[in-house]
Design a protein around this ligand. Structure first.
Ligand SMILES: Cc1ncc(COP(=O)(O)O)c(C=O)c1O
Length: 362
Protein backbone atom coordinates (compact mmCIF):
# COMPACT_ATOMS: atom_id res chain seq x y z
CA UNK A 1 0.00 0.00 0.00
CA UNK A 2 1.65 3.27 -1.09
CA UNK A 3 1.33 6.48 0.87
CA UNK A 4 -1.36 8.43 2.59
CA UNK A 5 -3.15 11.39 1.12
CA UNK A 6 -4.50 13.74 3.74
CA UNK A 7 -6.97 16.52 3.03
CA UNK A 8 -7.70 19.03 5.78
CA UNK A 9 -11.37 19.79 5.22
CA UNK A 10 -11.35 22.97 7.31
CA UNK A 11 -8.39 24.28 5.32
CA UNK A 12 -10.06 23.21 2.05
CA UNK A 13 -13.13 25.33 2.92
CA UNK A 14 -11.03 28.32 4.04
CA UNK A 15 -8.98 28.12 0.83
CA UNK A 16 -12.14 28.07 -1.29
CA UNK A 17 -13.56 31.08 0.59
CA UNK A 18 -10.30 32.99 0.15
CA UNK A 19 -10.14 32.13 -3.56
CA UNK A 20 -13.70 33.36 -4.13
CA UNK A 21 -12.87 36.67 -2.41
CA UNK A 22 -16.53 37.36 -1.64
CA UNK A 23 -17.62 36.97 -5.28
CA UNK A 24 -20.22 34.57 -6.65
CA UNK A 25 -18.44 31.52 -7.98
CA UNK A 26 -19.26 28.60 -10.25
CA UNK A 27 -16.93 25.88 -8.92
CA UNK A 28 -15.42 23.72 -11.65
CA UNK A 29 -15.68 20.19 -10.28
CA UNK A 30 -14.96 18.15 -13.40
CA UNK A 31 -12.74 15.05 -13.24
CA UNK A 32 -13.88 14.10 -9.76
CA UNK A 33 -13.31 17.66 -8.57
CA UNK A 34 -9.71 17.83 -9.76
CA UNK A 35 -9.35 14.41 -8.09
CA UNK A 36 -10.18 15.73 -4.61
CA UNK A 37 -13.41 13.71 -4.69
CA UNK A 38 -16.69 15.03 -6.11
CA UNK A 39 -18.93 14.54 -3.08
CA UNK A 40 -16.29 15.75 -0.63
CA UNK A 41 -15.63 18.87 -2.69
CA UNK A 42 -19.24 19.77 -3.51
CA UNK A 43 -20.25 19.50 0.15
CA UNK A 44 -17.25 21.53 1.25
CA UNK A 45 -17.88 24.19 -1.41
CA UNK A 46 -21.52 24.43 -0.32
CA UNK A 47 -20.22 25.14 3.20
CA UNK A 48 -17.91 27.75 1.73
CA UNK A 49 -20.98 29.50 0.28
CA UNK A 50 -20.58 28.27 -3.31
CA UNK A 51 -23.85 27.03 -4.81
CA UNK A 52 -23.07 26.77 -8.51
CA UNK A 53 -21.06 23.97 -10.11
CA UNK A 54 -19.70 23.23 -13.56
CA UNK A 55 -18.64 19.88 -14.97
CA UNK A 56 -18.20 18.21 -18.33
CA UNK A 57 -19.87 14.94 -17.31
CA UNK A 58 -23.55 14.03 -17.06
CA UNK A 59 -22.76 11.41 -14.40
CA UNK A 60 -21.05 14.04 -12.27
CA UNK A 61 -23.95 16.44 -12.81
CA UNK A 62 -26.38 13.76 -11.57
CA UNK A 63 -24.19 13.13 -8.51
CA UNK A 64 -24.16 16.85 -7.69
CA UNK A 65 -27.95 16.97 -8.02
CA UNK A 66 -28.22 14.06 -5.57
CA UNK A 67 -26.15 16.10 -3.11
CA UNK A 68 -28.01 19.38 -3.64
CA UNK A 69 -31.49 19.93 -5.03
CA UNK A 70 -30.94 23.71 -5.17
CA UNK A 71 -27.50 23.96 -6.77
CA UNK A 72 -27.09 25.48 -10.23
CA UNK A 73 -25.36 22.74 -12.22
CA UNK A 74 -23.82 23.75 -15.53
CA UNK A 75 -22.81 21.20 -18.16
CA UNK A 76 -19.93 22.72 -20.11
CA UNK A 77 -19.83 20.06 -22.86
CA UNK A 78 -22.42 20.00 -25.65
CA UNK A 79 -25.20 17.78 -24.31
CA UNK A 80 -27.66 15.63 -26.27
CA UNK A 81 -29.61 13.85 -23.52
CA UNK A 82 -32.02 16.73 -23.10
CA UNK A 83 -34.63 14.70 -21.18
CA UNK A 84 -32.17 14.09 -18.32
CA UNK A 85 -31.20 17.76 -18.47
CA UNK A 86 -34.83 18.82 -18.16
CA UNK A 87 -35.68 16.33 -15.38
CA UNK A 88 -32.76 17.55 -13.28
CA UNK A 89 -32.95 21.25 -14.05
CA UNK A 90 -29.39 21.36 -15.36
CA UNK A 91 -28.08 24.37 -17.22
CA UNK A 92 -26.24 23.51 -20.45
CA UNK A 93 -23.93 25.23 -22.85
CA UNK A 94 -25.35 26.32 -26.22
CA UNK A 95 -22.29 25.52 -28.31
CA UNK A 96 -23.20 26.72 -31.82
CA UNK A 97 -25.88 28.03 -34.15
CA UNK A 98 -26.05 24.59 -35.82
CA UNK A 99 -26.79 22.95 -32.47
CA UNK A 100 -29.52 25.52 -31.81
CA UNK A 101 -31.23 24.89 -35.13
CA UNK A 102 -31.03 21.12 -34.70
CA UNK A 103 -32.42 21.05 -31.14
CA UNK A 104 -34.58 24.20 -31.21
CA UNK A 105 -37.83 22.44 -30.24
CA UNK A 106 -36.27 19.95 -27.83
CA UNK A 107 -34.61 22.82 -25.92
CA UNK A 108 -37.88 24.38 -24.78
CA UNK A 109 -37.92 24.94 -21.02
CA UNK A 110 -34.17 24.26 -20.71
CA UNK A 111 -31.72 26.87 -19.37
CA UNK A 112 -28.82 27.49 -21.73
CA UNK A 113 -25.67 29.61 -21.59
CA UNK A 114 -24.52 30.98 -24.96
CA UNK A 115 -20.88 29.99 -25.47
CA UNK A 116 -18.37 32.19 -27.27
CA UNK A 117 -15.52 30.31 -28.95
CA UNK A 118 -12.96 33.12 -28.78
CA UNK A 119 -9.31 32.26 -29.31
CA UNK A 120 -9.63 29.08 -27.21
CA UNK A 121 -11.98 27.79 -29.90
CA UNK A 122 -12.79 24.38 -28.42
CA UNK A 123 -16.49 25.00 -28.78
CA UNK A 124 -18.86 27.95 -29.08
CA UNK A 125 -20.33 30.62 -31.38
CA UNK A 126 -17.98 32.57 -33.59
CA UNK A 127 -19.74 35.94 -33.62
CA UNK A 128 -22.16 38.14 -31.69
CA UNK A 129 -24.44 38.23 -34.76
CA UNK A 130 -25.07 34.48 -34.46
CA UNK A 131 -25.88 34.84 -30.76
CA UNK A 132 -28.21 37.77 -31.44
CA UNK A 133 -29.96 35.68 -34.12
CA UNK A 134 -30.68 33.05 -31.45
CA UNK A 135 -31.90 35.60 -28.90
CA UNK A 136 -34.24 37.20 -31.45
CA UNK A 137 -35.51 33.80 -32.55
CA UNK A 138 -36.23 32.75 -28.97
CA UNK A 139 -38.06 36.00 -28.20
CA UNK A 140 -40.26 35.46 -31.26
CA UNK A 141 -41.46 32.07 -29.95
CA UNK A 142 -44.52 31.64 -27.73
CA UNK A 143 -43.40 31.67 -24.05
CA UNK A 144 -44.14 27.98 -23.46
CA UNK A 145 -41.97 26.96 -26.42
CA UNK A 146 -38.92 28.99 -25.43
CA UNK A 147 -35.66 27.86 -23.96
CA UNK A 148 -34.38 30.06 -21.15
CA UNK A 149 -31.30 31.97 -22.32
CA UNK A 150 -29.97 32.17 -18.77
CA UNK A 151 -26.30 32.78 -19.37
CA UNK A 152 -23.43 33.74 -21.63
CA UNK A 153 -19.87 32.54 -21.24
CA UNK A 154 -16.46 31.90 -22.70
CA UNK A 155 -13.22 30.26 -21.64
CA UNK A 156 -9.82 31.92 -22.01
CA UNK A 157 -7.09 29.78 -23.48
CA UNK A 158 -4.23 32.14 -22.67
CA UNK A 159 -4.98 33.55 -19.19
CA UNK A 160 -2.41 31.21 -17.61
CA UNK A 161 0.30 32.17 -20.11
CA UNK A 162 1.79 35.33 -18.65
CA UNK A 163 4.46 35.60 -21.32
CA UNK A 164 1.99 35.51 -24.23
CA UNK A 165 -0.02 38.47 -25.48
CA UNK A 166 -3.07 36.55 -26.69
CA UNK A 167 -4.88 36.89 -23.35
CA UNK A 168 -5.31 40.63 -23.92
CA UNK A 169 -6.66 39.86 -27.40
CA UNK A 170 -9.15 37.19 -26.31
CA UNK A 171 -10.27 39.36 -23.37
CA UNK A 172 -11.02 42.32 -25.67
CA UNK A 173 -12.79 40.11 -28.22
CA UNK A 174 -15.01 38.78 -25.43
CA UNK A 175 -15.73 42.22 -23.97
CA UNK A 176 -16.70 43.56 -27.35
CA UNK A 177 -18.92 40.53 -28.13
CA UNK A 178 -20.55 40.84 -24.70
CA UNK A 179 -21.35 44.51 -25.17
CA UNK A 180 -22.92 43.76 -28.59
CA UNK A 181 -25.08 40.98 -27.14
CA UNK A 182 -26.10 43.00 -24.06
CA UNK A 183 -27.19 45.81 -26.39
CA UNK A 184 -30.15 43.58 -27.39
CA UNK A 185 -31.53 44.29 -23.90
CA UNK A 186 -31.61 40.58 -23.04
CA UNK A 187 -30.87 40.12 -19.31
CA UNK A 188 -28.63 37.21 -18.35
CA UNK A 189 -28.58 35.70 -14.86
CA UNK A 190 -25.12 34.25 -15.47
CA UNK A 191 -22.26 36.05 -17.20
CA UNK A 192 -19.00 34.18 -16.62
CA UNK A 193 -15.65 33.90 -18.32
CA UNK A 194 -12.86 34.00 -15.78
CA UNK A 195 -10.82 31.05 -14.58
CA UNK A 196 -8.38 31.28 -11.66
CA UNK A 197 -5.59 32.96 -13.65
CA UNK A 198 -7.85 35.54 -15.27
CA UNK A 199 -9.36 36.47 -11.89
CA UNK A 200 -5.90 36.74 -10.28
CA UNK A 201 -4.77 39.01 -13.12
CA UNK A 202 -7.80 41.26 -13.47
CA UNK A 203 -10.26 40.85 -10.57
CA UNK A 204 -13.91 40.28 -11.47
CA UNK A 205 -14.74 41.85 -14.83
CA UNK A 206 -17.40 44.56 -14.94
CA UNK A 207 -20.85 43.23 -15.64
CA UNK A 208 -19.91 39.64 -14.82
CA UNK A 209 -22.13 37.83 -12.34
CA UNK A 210 -19.80 34.90 -11.55
CA UNK A 211 -16.23 33.67 -11.61
CA UNK A 212 -15.76 30.14 -12.91
CA UNK A 213 -12.89 28.87 -10.80
CA UNK A 214 -11.08 25.58 -10.62
CA UNK A 215 -7.50 25.30 -9.44
CA UNK A 216 -7.48 28.28 -7.03
CA UNK A 217 -10.40 26.75 -5.11
CA UNK A 218 -8.26 23.64 -4.63
CA UNK A 219 -5.32 25.60 -3.21
CA UNK A 220 -2.88 25.95 -6.09
CA UNK A 221 -1.66 29.19 -7.62
CA UNK A 222 -2.52 29.45 -11.31
CA UNK A 223 0.92 31.03 -11.82
CA UNK A 224 3.99 31.16 -9.63
CA UNK A 225 4.38 34.89 -8.98
CA UNK A 226 1.25 35.00 -6.82
CA UNK A 227 1.68 34.93 -3.01
CA UNK A 228 1.50 31.33 -1.76
CA UNK A 229 -0.20 32.35 1.50
CA UNK A 230 -3.33 33.29 -0.47
CA UNK A 231 -3.62 29.73 -1.81
CA UNK A 232 -3.15 27.39 1.13
CA UNK A 233 -2.89 23.77 0.06
CA UNK A 234 -5.15 21.48 2.09
CA UNK A 235 -3.53 18.35 0.68
CA UNK A 236 -0.53 16.46 2.04
CA UNK A 237 0.96 13.30 0.56
CA UNK A 238 3.33 11.17 2.59
CA UNK A 239 4.69 7.64 2.57
CA UNK A 240 6.52 5.35 4.99
CA UNK A 241 10.09 4.11 4.67
CA UNK A 242 10.13 0.33 4.27
CA UNK A 243 13.89 -0.10 4.57
CA UNK A 244 17.13 1.80 5.17
CA UNK A 245 20.16 0.42 3.32
CA UNK A 246 23.78 1.27 2.80
CA UNK A 247 25.28 1.31 -0.68
CA UNK A 248 28.95 1.61 -1.49
CA UNK A 249 30.07 3.81 -4.35
CA UNK A 250 30.50 0.89 -6.75
CA UNK A 251 27.01 -0.54 -6.14
CA UNK A 252 23.99 0.11 -8.30
CA UNK A 253 20.34 -0.13 -7.39
CA UNK A 254 16.96 -0.01 -9.13
CA UNK A 255 15.85 -1.31 -12.55
CA UNK A 256 18.72 -1.35 -14.98
CA UNK A 257 20.96 -0.07 -12.18
CA UNK A 258 19.32 3.31 -12.53
CA UNK A 259 20.98 4.72 -9.42
CA UNK A 260 24.61 4.53 -8.39
CA UNK A 261 25.80 6.82 -5.57
CA UNK A 262 28.91 8.91 -6.11
CA UNK A 263 30.19 7.98 -2.61
CA UNK A 264 29.09 5.46 -0.02
CA UNK A 265 25.50 6.33 0.75
CA UNK A 266 22.59 5.59 3.01
CA UNK A 267 19.33 5.18 1.13
CA UNK A 268 15.70 4.96 2.15
CA UNK A 269 13.39 2.67 0.20
CA UNK A 270 10.03 4.47 0.31
CA UNK A 271 6.63 2.84 -0.15
CA UNK A 272 5.30 5.00 -2.98
CA UNK A 273 5.87 5.14 -6.74
CA UNK A 274 4.46 6.10 -10.10
CA UNK A 275 1.72 3.50 -9.64
CA UNK A 276 0.43 5.67 -6.79
CA UNK A 277 0.49 8.74 -9.00
CA UNK A 278 3.93 10.25 -8.49
CA UNK A 279 4.84 11.74 -11.85
CA UNK A 280 8.32 10.93 -13.13
CA UNK A 281 9.04 14.63 -13.46
CA UNK A 282 8.06 15.20 -9.83
CA UNK A 283 10.71 12.66 -8.84
CA UNK A 284 13.37 14.92 -10.37
CA UNK A 285 12.95 17.08 -7.27
CA UNK A 286 13.28 16.63 -3.51
CA UNK A 287 11.05 15.07 -0.90
CA UNK A 288 11.09 16.10 2.76
CA UNK A 289 11.86 14.09 5.90
CA UNK A 290 11.63 15.76 9.32
CA UNK A 291 11.60 19.19 7.70
CA UNK A 292 14.77 18.54 5.68
CA UNK A 293 14.93 18.07 1.89
CA UNK A 294 16.42 14.93 0.37
CA UNK A 295 16.97 14.00 -3.27
CA UNK A 296 14.87 11.28 -4.90
CA UNK A 297 17.25 9.05 -6.82
CA UNK A 298 14.97 6.51 -8.47
CA UNK A 299 11.23 6.10 -9.03
CA UNK A 300 9.65 2.69 -9.57
CA UNK A 301 6.03 1.57 -9.77
CA UNK A 302 5.58 1.16 -6.02
CA UNK A 303 8.88 2.34 -4.55
CA UNK A 304 11.18 5.30 -4.51
CA UNK A 305 14.87 5.47 -3.59
CA UNK A 306 15.88 8.53 -1.56
CA UNK A 307 19.45 9.35 -0.59
CA UNK A 308 19.34 10.18 3.12
CA UNK A 309 21.73 10.86 6.02
CA UNK A 310 22.24 9.64 9.57
CA UNK A 311 19.31 11.80 10.83
CA UNK A 312 16.76 9.59 9.09
CA UNK A 313 15.27 6.56 10.85
CA UNK A 314 12.85 3.86 9.78
CA UNK A 315 9.99 5.52 11.66
CA UNK A 316 10.21 8.76 9.69
CA UNK A 317 7.62 9.84 7.15
CA UNK A 318 8.57 10.95 3.67
CA UNK A 319 6.58 13.97 2.52
CA UNK A 320 5.92 14.39 -1.20
CA UNK A 321 3.39 17.25 -1.10
CA UNK A 322 2.58 19.74 1.67
CA UNK A 323 2.50 23.50 2.09
CA UNK A 324 6.33 23.35 2.03
CA UNK A 325 6.36 21.13 -1.05
CA UNK A 326 3.62 22.81 -3.02
CA UNK A 327 2.07 21.33 -6.12
CA UNK A 328 2.23 24.74 -7.81
CA UNK A 329 5.97 25.07 -7.07
CA UNK A 330 6.58 21.81 -8.94
CA UNK A 331 4.39 23.10 -11.75
CA UNK A 332 6.69 26.12 -12.00
CA UNK A 333 9.70 23.76 -11.99
CA UNK A 334 8.25 21.80 -14.91
CA UNK A 335 6.85 18.70 -13.16
CA UNK A 336 3.50 19.06 -14.96
CA UNK A 337 0.42 21.29 -14.67
CA UNK A 338 -1.22 21.54 -11.24
CA UNK A 339 -4.19 19.55 -12.50
CA UNK A 340 -1.85 16.96 -14.03
CA UNK A 341 -0.10 16.30 -10.71
CA UNK A 342 -3.45 16.17 -8.89
CA UNK A 343 -5.16 14.08 -11.55
CA UNK A 344 -2.42 11.44 -11.44
CA UNK A 345 -2.91 10.61 -7.73
CA UNK A 346 -4.22 7.06 -7.47
CA UNK A 347 -7.00 6.71 -4.95
CA UNK A 348 -7.08 2.96 -5.43
CA UNK A 349 -3.65 2.59 -3.91
CA UNK A 350 -3.32 5.65 -1.69
CA UNK A 351 -4.99 5.73 1.70
CA UNK A 352 -7.19 8.81 1.96
CA UNK A 353 -7.65 10.60 5.27
CA UNK A 354 -9.90 13.61 5.76
CA UNK A 355 -8.89 15.81 8.71
CA UNK A 356 -11.19 18.18 10.59
CA UNK A 357 -14.28 16.57 9.09
CA UNK A 358 -17.16 18.22 10.88
CA UNK A 359 -19.64 17.62 8.07
CA UNK A 360 -22.97 16.08 8.95
CA UNK A 361 -23.24 13.73 5.96
CA UNK A 362 -20.47 11.26 6.94
C1 LIG B 1 -14.30 25.66 -19.32
C2 LIG B 1 -13.50 25.80 -18.08
N1 LIG B 1 -13.75 26.79 -17.24
C3 LIG B 1 -13.03 26.98 -16.10
C4 LIG B 1 -12.00 26.12 -15.77
C5 LIG B 1 -11.24 26.36 -14.51
O1 LIG B 1 -9.92 26.73 -14.79
P1 LIG B 1 -8.85 26.88 -13.62
O2 LIG B 1 -8.67 25.55 -13.01
O3 LIG B 1 -7.65 27.38 -14.32
O4 LIG B 1 -9.42 27.88 -12.66
C6 LIG B 1 -11.69 25.06 -16.64
C7 LIG B 1 -10.58 24.17 -16.32
O5 LIG B 1 -10.04 23.45 -17.09
C8 LIG B 1 -12.46 24.90 -17.82
O6 LIG B 1 -12.20 23.91 -18.70
Amino acid sequence: MGGTLTIDRKQFIQTAEAAAGGNDVIAVVKNNAYNFGLEFSVRAFLEAGIHSFATTSMDEALEIRRISQEAMIFLMNPTYDLETVRENGFHITLPSLEYYHEYREALSGISVHLEYAGLFNRSGFGTSDEMIEVINDVHALPRNARMDVAGIWTHFGYADELDMEEYEVERELWRSLLSDVLATGHAFDYIHSQNSASFARDGLFNGHTHLRLGIALYGSRPYASLPAENYMQSLTLKAPIVQLRRLSANQKCGYGGSYQPENDAKIAVVDIGYGDGILRKRADFDCMINGKRYAIKALMMSHMIVEVDEDVTLDDEVIMYSNDLRIDDYTALGAGANSEQLGALNYNSLKKVILNDTSVYQ
